[in-house]
Design a protein around this ligand. Structure first.
Ligand code: FPP
Length: 254
C-alpha cells in the first residue's frame, strides 16, 4: 500500500491512542554488518529499506510526524571513510526516494548543522524540502549532523540576537519561545521515542523536546526493524498513562 493510500485508510491498533509524533534512534547498523562479517557500511546500506517501510507504515497507523536520527553531531568522530560513505548514502537515498515520497504526499524536513554538510548534500536537502513543502501528509524529519545540545545553544543564540537587536525583551523569553527557536520549532514534541540496538540512552537526541516522551527500547538492530516492532512500540505507548506532572486523581483515572 502506498503512503497516500495508507493515510486514507488509517487502521488504528487495538483501541489505543496513536502518537502524533514518533522519534526513532536507528541504532545497530554496524553490529548487524559485523554479525555477517560485512563492512559496517553494509549495515548502513541495509538500514535504508526499514526507513522506507516505516515511513509508509507510520502513515498507515495515523502518525503525523516521524523524526529519524540519521547522523549525530558526535558521529563526525567516526572513521573518515565511514562518514564519507554515509554522506554518499544519504545523497543516494534522497535522490532515489524523493519522487516516491513526493507522490505519496510526504513533507520532508531536515534538522541539524547544515553548514557542516557537503554542498552536494545540502543542495539536495534544500531541493527536497522545497519540492515537498506544500505536501499535507506525513511530515518526515531527518536529523543529520544533529545534537540536542547544539540545538539548544543555537536556540539560545537566536533569542540573544533578538534581544540584542531590540526585537525581544529578556522577560518575554519563556518555554514557548524557546521551543519555537529550536530546530523542531512549530512541530509538536515527540510522544514516543523508539531506540533500536539495545542501548538505553538518549544520546544527545532532541534533549528539550523529549521531556515527556514515552521511551521504548528494543534489542532489534535497525536493519531488522519491521512493522511488527513498530506496532509493538505503539502497543506499549497505548498502555502508558501520560500525566505531565499531574496526579492520577486530577486526571480522573485514579
Ligand atoms: C547507527 O548505527 C546508525 C547510523 C549512524 C546511521 C543511520 C543511517 C541509516 C539508517 C541509513 C539510512 C538513513 C536514511 C535517513 C536514508 P551504528 O553504526 O551506531 O551501529 P552500531 O551501534 O551497531 O555500531
Amino acid at each position: 500500500m502506498s503512503v497516500a493510500e495508507a493515510q486514507t485508510s488509517t487502521d488504528s491498533l487495538a483501541g489505543g491512542s496513536i502518537p502524533e509524533h514518533v522519534a526513532i534512534i536507528m541504532d545497530g547498523n554496524g553490529r548487524w554488518a559485523e554479525h555477517r562479517s560485512k563492512p559496517r557500511h553494509a549495515g548502513h546500506r541495509a538500514g535504508v529499506a526499514p526507513v522506507r517501510k516505516i515511513v509508509e507504515h507510520a502513515a498507515r497507523r495515523g502518525v503525523s510526524y516521524l523524526t529519524l536520527f540519521a547522523f549525530s553531531s558526535e558521529n563526525w568522530r567516526r572513521p573518515k571513510s565511514e562518514v564519507s560513505k554515509l554522506m554518499g548514502l544519504f545523497i543516494e537515498a534522497l535522490q532515489r526516494e524523493l519522487n516516491s515520497l513526493h507522490r505519496n504526499n510526504v513533507k520532508l524536513r531536515f534538522i541539524g548543522a547544515r553548514e557542516q554538510l557537503q554542498d552536494r548534500l545540502c543542495n539536495r536537502i534544500e531541493a527536497a524540502e522545497a519540492r515537498t513543502a506544500a505536501n499535507t501528509g506525513l511530515t518526515l524529519i531527518v536529523a543529520v549532523a544533529y545534537g540536542g545540545r547544539w540545538d539548544m545553544v543555537n536556540a539560545a543564540r537566536r533569542l540573544a540576537e533578538g534581544v540584542a537587536e531590540g526585537k525581544l525583551q529578556i522577560g518575554e523569553i519563556d518555554e514557548a519561545l524557546f521551543s519555537e527557536a529550536l530546530a523542531l520549532g512549530g512541530v509538536p514534541d515527540p510522544d514516543l521515542l523508539i531506540r533500536t540496538g539495545g542501548e538505553r540512552r538518549i544520546s544527545n537526541f532532541l534533549l528539550w523536546n523529549l521531556a515527556y516522551a514515552e521511551l521504548y527500547f528494543c534489542d532489534c538492530l535497525w536493519p531488522d526493524f519491521s512493522e511488527d516492532v513498530f506496532d509493538a512500540a505503539l502497543e506499549f505507548y497505548a498502555r502508558r498513562q501520560r500525566r505531565y506532572g499531574n496526579t492520577q486523581k486530577q486526571l480522573g483515572i485514579a
